[in-house]
Design a protein around this ligand. Structure first.
Ligand SMILES: [Zn+2]
Length: 320
């Protein structure tokens, strides 16, 4: 009988769930909208009903042995407890894993979504075969996950890896976390739009920010077609990401840095200023050693990461 686990990526908008086999193969998938009611019990009910749908669907193949959930939250992995979830505040201070485990009768493991993506890329994606890696997810915000000597770096409270909140500009733009000048205020899709607006007066001939509802995709398209303002936005994007990664390279000496997320599609526009900044700032040996690569797993990185955790945590023979 196949060994399988259940894996979920719980986002602010969608819940994606899959049954994953021990070689990372997807046996079944489901997708639903995250409840907008802001009621904790509705989120729990959706997780349970989706899990039961998946378990029923693969019953002819066998049973799942554990359940991993990736959540966009600061959380206590050991206790399975969400501490703060900015996009799902109904789950703040909630022991989600024990609640789901009690209903389903399965071991349930909870992991931060960016850590899960780092573990997923390490298992089946761009950092496979490397023991020390950093994974940066560039989306609406900037997520980070660090794996050192084969183990996810969690820190004493489980909050480690928040690369998006490294300060890159001490008196810079205010961040949702309460600090100033965090990386995600410069190298995210949200930042692309804001910085394009900020630069408008310096580039009066640019058409990149013609409308108030300009999107990051429009700024990207303008940059690709040569617009000077839009290109400057992505130069800054790469510069600030390079500042942060240069520091991380000096501290952690990783073998590989994986860059993923929707905003990483602008790779060709930011990679040169990024690597140039790393060369200027990081020590030569770790800077020469590290590879900077694109993520391979797209939206599946988090699901595969918690699947891997579920396999290893339920003692089926994989070690993270
Ligand atoms: Zn911040």
């Amino acid at each position: 009988m196949d060994k399988m686990v259940l894996a979920a990526d719980l986002g602010g908008t969608n819940l994606r769930m899959a049954v994953i086999g021990e070689n990372g193969e997807t046996r079944y998938r489901s997708r639903s909208s995250t409840p907008t009611s802001r009621r904790r019990e509705d989120v729990v009910e959706l997780l349970v009903s989706s899990a039961r749908e998946c378990i029923d669907a693969i019953r002819p193949l066998g049973a799942v042995s554990a359940f991993g959930i990736a959540a966009p939250a600061v959380l206590d992995h050991e206790a399975g407890r969400i501490l703060v979830a900015p996009n799902l505040p109904e789950l703040n201070d909630f022991s989600l894993a024990p609640a789901i485990s009690g209903v389903l009768g399965l071991d349930v493991f909870l992991e931060n979504d960016a850590n899960a993506a780092a573990i997923g890329e390490n298992w089946m994606g761009a950092s496979n075969g490397y023991s020390s890696s950093i994974c940066v997810t560039l989306g609406t915000g900037v997520g980070g996950g660090v794996i050192i000597d084969g183990k996810p770096l969690r820190g004493i409270d489980g909050t480690a890896g928040e690369i998006g909140h490294i300060c890159v500009e001490p008196f810079g733009h205010p961040c949702g976390c309460g600090s100033l000048g965090c990386l995600e205020q410069y190298s995210s899709a949200t930042a692309v739009v804001r910085i394009a607006r900020e630069l408008q007066s310096s580039f009066p001939d640019s058409r990149a920010t013609a409308g108030l509802d300009t999107t990051s995709l429009e700024v990207y398209n303008a940059a690709v077609s040569g617009d000077a303002l839009a290109r400057e936005v992505f130069r800054k994007f790469g510069f600030y990401l390079g500042v942060a990664l240069g520091g991380l390279i000096n501290v952690l000496n990783p073998e590989v840095i994986v860059i993923g997320g929707g905003a990483s599609e602008s790779w060709d526009l930011f990679i040169e200023p990024l690597t140039s900044e790393i060369r200027k700032r990081a020590f030569k040996r770790p800077a020469d050693r590290v590879s900077i690569v694109k993520a391979k797993l797209g939206d599946d990185a988090g699901i595969l990461g918690v699947a891997r955790l579920a396999f290893s945590s339920s003692n089926i023979g994989l070690a993270v």
